[in-house]
Design a binder for this molecule. Sequence first.
Ligand SMILES: Nc1ncnc2c1ncn2[C@@H]1O[C@H](COP(=O)(O)OP(=O)(O)OP(=O)(O)O)[C@@H](O)[C@H]1O
Length: 216
Amino acid sequence: MSPNKVGLDVRGLHIRRESLSWCYDFQIASGQILAVMGESGCGKSTLLDTLGGFYPADQGQIILGKQCIQTLDIRLRPVSTLFQQYNLFEHLSVEQNLKLGFSKASPTAIQWQQVEQALALLGVQEQLKRKPSLLSGGQRQRIALIRVMLREQPIVLLDEPFSALDAQTRKLCGNWVKQICQEQQKIVLMVTHEAMDAEAWADQTLWVQPLQRTDA
Ligand SMILES: Nc1ncnc2c1ncn2[C@@H]1O[C@H](COP(=O)(O)OP(=O)(O)OP(=O)(O)O)[C@@H](O)[C@H]1O
């Protein structure tokens, strides 16, 4: 990564959970996607939780551009996360859920235009006035993906973003994530179990593996 380019720099990040521990050193330039891979239970979501501020690190640094962000409160972190359970508000419509994603009270005209284009492209424009509980799993996943990708935050964490999608829709969504990542110079970490996802869309792959068992 060039010294002048804004990117994410993770240095000596040490994480412990139960009997497992991990140490990470990696960099991602803006406009790039890092695929996060590894067997079930190896710690992929834990890494995302730590970057998002939901789980603490023992030591190390998370640097965005020139700013250390690991001590920032969750609400102040420049991070937008797609959780495996999507986190849509069930009592609000899809439209209200999408509007809540932006930092101001409502999105700007340009931001909402991007949302509408994404809804049409990803085939969920008909769902705008409905409550999330009436949507299929794949429709919910696409709505949550749009909300997370189009927020202002430069770092986007996607935990298995295409798990509920058929092959064709998966391709559509993956291509769209790549396009938005490049156009808006996002830094995207994408957890996936599919090597094909990494091959199709990622610039790099991080294989997650615990260091050791600390209860031995
Ligand atoms: N809330 C929690 N409390 C205690 N231990 C947890 C918690 N969440 C995860 N773990 C443990 O931390 C380890 C890493 O889990 P994590 O969810 O990060 O793995 P993962 O690679 O994302 O798994 P998967 O691919 O199955 O989603 C596992 O041993 C898991 O049992």
